[in-house]
Design a protein around this ligand. Structure first.
Ligand SMILES: *Cc1c(COP(=O)(O)O)cnc(C)c1O
Length: 415
């Protein structure tokens, strides 16, 4: 069994006991990474891995970006935590900037800061119901989600996504959520009614298998919500913050949501999330309705402000679009070459998926790719998901495609 090499203070048995002390909600490989730099991760033995996983689209600026390290260190030396009982001016400025970036009305768009994606979603779902309640629409409390969705692991988030594996044994028969197949506007039209408080959708589904919502779908959802007085929330936790080459994934379409959930990439690795809501809806969240002890603390606000400053520069967004185009094209080359096992490449920006013909091929190739020293991740629908840091260059793309080519060749030969 592998152990933390070079650490003579811990013997194997203590290591095994420590490892077993973790709940088995994850099953990581033995490899232990101790250092990261840019698009690479390093083990204790200094083995170098190309990171096309980025901690699930979190390390948007790669590992240990010098500006983020300095920002965090400077803030750590002055003030860590206050609670929301006191003002955090950096958070106020970041909130105003997010409202502006989302295209909400500057005078009444509002932000609630959280520590994770599921909390951002939770806040948005609460706004949907509380807003309707405040309007006197007490029966208007049902929420519509879509198939193969992922919104996080709190009760409301698992209900909204409705993934059978995630809800099993946790939720009762009817918690007030309805589901329609992702991308099917007619199915939403058939479900939405006077009891619908709101609709939640990922503009690009991540965990579900890199499904890109069409512009017509997103715009159609807006119309249906308007017709039925329902709120529209986009879960941008994975596809937001420049991942698709625009600040928000929905900005490829001509549509404006009422609520946006953010996390992952916005902290570049520091745990932080945000729920942005347009004025009339956010106005329901008055003192006493919601809260978070850590949400919006000075450390998180300092780092997130720096991330937003860097990734929203026009040249940065252009860089993402350019390298994403190159990567998409190179992956199409792999699909053409390995057409016996690969079905298609799909996705938007640097949120890409290689879809395999056989079930579980994605898991197999993920392991083989790791042996070639490139990290990727699985998604639903037989998809191998690629979520590189947004700072990758052409050289990383060439290295990634060569490594994936070898992994897929090995897989195809074994089959
Ligand atoms: C990861 C993810 C979440 C949950 O984020 P956590 O930080 O794990 O709570 C929610 N929605 C989407 C689309 C995600 O990808």
């Amino acid at each position: 069994m592998a152990q933390p090499a070079k650490n003579n203070d811990i013997d194997v048995s203590e290591y095994a006991i420590a490892r077993a002390a973790m709940m088995s909600t994850y099953a990581p490989p033995e490899t232990v990474f101790v250092r990261g730099e840019g698009a690479y991760l390093y083990t204790e033995d200094n083995d170098e891995y190309l990171d096309f996983f980025a901690g699930i689209a979190v390390n948007s600026l790669g590992h240990c970006h010098p500006d983020l390290v300095k920002t965090l260190q400077d803030q750590a030396a002055s003030l860590w935590h206050l609670s929301n009982a006191y003002r955090v001016p950096q958070g106020e400025q970041l909130a105003a900037r997010l409202v502006e970036l989302a295209g909400f009305d500057k005078t009444d768009g509002r932000v609630f800061f959280t520590n994770s994606g599921t909390e951002s979603v939770e806040c948005g779902l609460k706004i949907m119901r509380r807003y309707q309640f405040d309007q006197g629409h007490t029966g208007k409390n049902r929420i519509i989600g879509t198939s193969s969705a992922f919104h996080g692991r709190t009760f409301a988030a698992i209900c909204a996504a409705g993934n059978p594996t995630h809800v099993k044994g946790f939720v009762r028969e009817d918690e007030g959520y309805d589901h329609a197949p992702f991308g099917d506007l007619d199915a939403i039209a058939a479900l939405i009614n006077e009891n619908t408080a709101g609709v939640i959708v990922e503009p690009v589904q991540g965990e579900g298998g890199i499904h890109v919502a069409s512009e017509a779908y997103l715009e159609g959802l807006r119309k249906l919500c308007d017709q039925h007085g329902a709120l529209l929330m986009f879960d941008e936790v994975q596809c937001g913050i420049a991942r698709t080459g625009k600040v928000f994934g929905y900005q490829h379409a001509d549509v404006q949501p009422d609520i946006i959930a953010l996390a992952k990439g916005i902290g570049g690795g520091f745990p932080v999330g945000a729920c942005i809501a347009n004025g009339p809806f956010a106005a329901s969240m008055v003192v006493g309705t919601h809260g978070s002890t850590y949400g919006g603390n000075p450390l998180a606000m300092a780092v997130a402000s720096k991330v937003i400053e860097l990734v929203t520069e026009t040249e940065f967004l252009q860089h993402v679009t350019t390298v994403a185009g190159e990567l998409h094209c190179a992956l199409q080359g792999l699909v053409d070459k390995h057409s016996g096992v690969l079905d298609q490449v799909r996705g938007k920006g640097l949120m890409l998926g290689l879809r395999f013909k056989d079930a579980d091929a994605n898991a197999e190739v993920m392991k083989l790719a790791r042996e070639e020293k490139i990290l990727t991740t699985k998604a639903g629908d037989n998809v191998l998901r690629l979520l590189p840091p947004l700072i990758i260059e052409m050289s990383h793309i060439e290295e990634a495609v060569a490594k994936l080519d070898r992994a897929i060749t090995v897989y195809a030969a074994q089959k």
